[in-house]
Write a protein that binds this ligand. Structure first.
Ligand code: GLY
Length: 348
């Protein structure tokens, strides 16, 4: 069992537990409060797991009530958030009670948003059940719902604990291991090449406990320095300027979209900063089965969506680019660099 701690202003804010079997940690963290009421939020795909964890909590004397939101990104809608607020209100939920989100990145994003806003903030815990969630979405206190673009509304709010059961991750279908590989490889490209080397050696057969621990360690280090993304945290968005636009316009999975986004931003990195790792990056993405292009997108739509990206500021569009592996920079990009990004993924 490995524990990572996110601290804000020197105070511990969130503990991330990575191991095999997390019921004991669940009861431990839930038991740190005097209140015994817990609302478990899940999606249809995680209902079985949510029931199991709820059972463990009931056995320990907690009063557990459950709510199921729609699957996938459909959960991240303000209308869903309002439904859950009503449910919490009807359940007599107070600021002393606890919300537990059981699911992947979409579920923890919306559970965190609800926890961060209901009654101006109630305690939240996540049980991250996908690799994307475990290596990225559930870690670091970003929450959000989609409006026109991805995560356009959200709050920074830390879950008290994030529990990651590697036995669950090991049982995921390859499609979800591949999706998570995109985010884990992103962490590799920007900071820890041992993650990239592991995927180069073993493709989807990598040791997920090792991959998750390394990815979480990098993310915790970055978030501890810059929780509110005033600077360094932006490096975690490598591949995401183009990736979010691809995801919105094509409806492809987050992992597939980020993979294509990294190919594009790798090409932009070559054009703007002389990055020489483009081929190696493409090769490892291909080796794990991630896409390198999005033929179903058009340059015009992707550009229009990028113009609304959160990373844009008054001076224009910004992207995270690599000078070399493990050396990322957030830079304003000119038209030629955007053009190079689009050419890198065959966008016309
Ligand atoms: N997913 C990027 C971040 O948490 O900052």
């Amino acid at each position: 069992m490995h524990r990572h701690v996110i601290s804000i202003n020197g105070e511990p804010a969130s503990t991330i537990v990575v191991g095999r079997g997390v019921e004991d940690a669940l009861v431990e963290f839930a038991g740190t409060r005097t209140s015994r009421l817990i609302a478990v939020l899940c999606q249809p795909t995680t209902m079985g797991l949510a029931d199991l964890y709820s059972g463990s909590l009931v056995d320990e004397g907690f009063q557990v009530t459950g709510y199921t939101v729609p699957d996938g990104e459909e959960a991240k809608r303000l209308s869903v958030v309002e439904d859950v607020y009503r449910f919490l209100n009807e359940s007599g939920f107070t600021r002393d009670d606890l919300v537990i989100g059981v699911g992947g990145g979409a579920l923890t994003d919306v559970a965190g948003f609800i926890g961060g806003t209901y009654l101006r903030g109630v305690p939240v815990m996540y049980i991250a059940t996908t690799l994307v969630g475990a290596v990225d979405a559930a870690i670091g206190g970003k929450t959000g719902v989609n409006v026109d673009g991805k995560n356009l509304a959200g709050v920074f709010a830390h879950p008290e604990a994030v529990l990651i059961d590697v036995d669950i991750l090991d049982r995921l279908p390859d499609s979800l291991k591949r999706e998570g590989a995109a985010e884990a490889l992103k962490v590799g490209f920007i900071e820890d090449m041992s993650i990239v080397e592991a995927y180069e050696r073993e493709a989807l057969g990598v040791d997920l406990e090792e991959i998750v621990n390394r990815s979480v360690a990098v993310k915790v280090g970055v978030v501890n320095e810059d929780f509110r993304e005033r600077g360094r945290r932006a490096i975690l968005n490598y591949g995401h300027t183009v990736g979010h636009a691809i995801e919105t316009t094509t409806g492809r999975s987050h992992g597939d979209s980020v993979a294509v986004g990294m190919v594009a931003e790798g090409a932009a990195s070559r054009a703007a900063l002389g990055f020489t790792g483009e081929e190696r990056q493409r090769a490892v993405l291909e080796q794990v089965g991630l896409p390198l292009e999005a033929p179903d997108a058009t340059a015009q739509t992707v550009l229009a969506l990028m113009q609304r990206d959160k990373k844009r500021d008054a001076e224009g569009l910004r992207m995270v680019l690599l000078e070399e592996f493990a050396s990322p920079k957030l830079v304003h990009v000119d038209d030629a660099t955007v053009q190079a990004a689009f050419e890198g993924i065959g966008l016309t």
